[in-house]
Design a protein. Structure first.
Length: 182
């Protein structure tokens, strides 16, 4: 796989490359979950078909041990922008259930552990404690762009500024703000 960075590989190619090993699928999992290679599958990218794998970079994410390590937690929180992936509340927002408390984030399993889901970064996401405890029925589909923009347009100038500030902070820290042309 390392010699095919950026190329979509079919499972039969990987099988061949690993000497026809029957256990190639387990090997792929090991490379991903224990050695930290960011091997993407159709679960990560909609343009990949089942049985196709892609290694975009040879950069490895920190080695993740069994159980959720501090490193895994930090990495997942960073990836999810310190935001609950169910209701969208951010760490430190006022807790809608908690009076003076603020929202706290915890690790949620995408595939439940009881159904065989692991403690690996690909199966973890940031969830607030309210959603984790099932207090909120907020597993809503993500709002579409037109709806979202409409909501922002009818918000107060103060709220629009807060949105702008949040967006600037979010994108500045990741260096993805593109320079303005002209
Ligand atoms: Zn939540």
């Amino acid at each position: 796989m390392l010699s095919n960075i950026g190329k979509v590989l079919e499972s039969r190619d990987i099988q061949k490359a690993s000497g026809g090993a029957v256990e190639w699928a387990r090997r792929v999992r090991e490379l991903r979950d224990e050695e930290g290679y960011q091997i993407l599958s159709h679960k990560d990218r909609s343009d990949l078909k089942p049985g196709q794998y892609l290694l975009e970079t040879d950069k490895r994410v920190p080695a993740f041990k069994r159980g959720i390590s501090k490193e895994t937690r930090a990495w997942v929180l960073e990836r999810n922008g310190y935001t609950c992936q169910m209701c969208g509340m951010a760490a430190g927002d006022p807790d809608p259930f908690g009076g003076s408390r603020t929202v706290r984030l915890t690790m949620g399993h995408i595939i439940d552990k009881s159904k065989g889901g692991g403690d690996t970064p690909s199966n973890l996401r940031a969830i607030c404690t309210n959603c984790n405890e099932g207090l909120q029925n907020t597993s809503l589909p993500k709002p579409d762009r037109i709806y979202l923009l409409a909501q922002i347009r009818r918000a107060t100038i103060d709220d629009q500024s807060a949105v702008l500030e949040w967006l600037i902070k979010k994108f500045e820290s990741k260096n993805v703000v593109k320079p303005r042309r002209g």
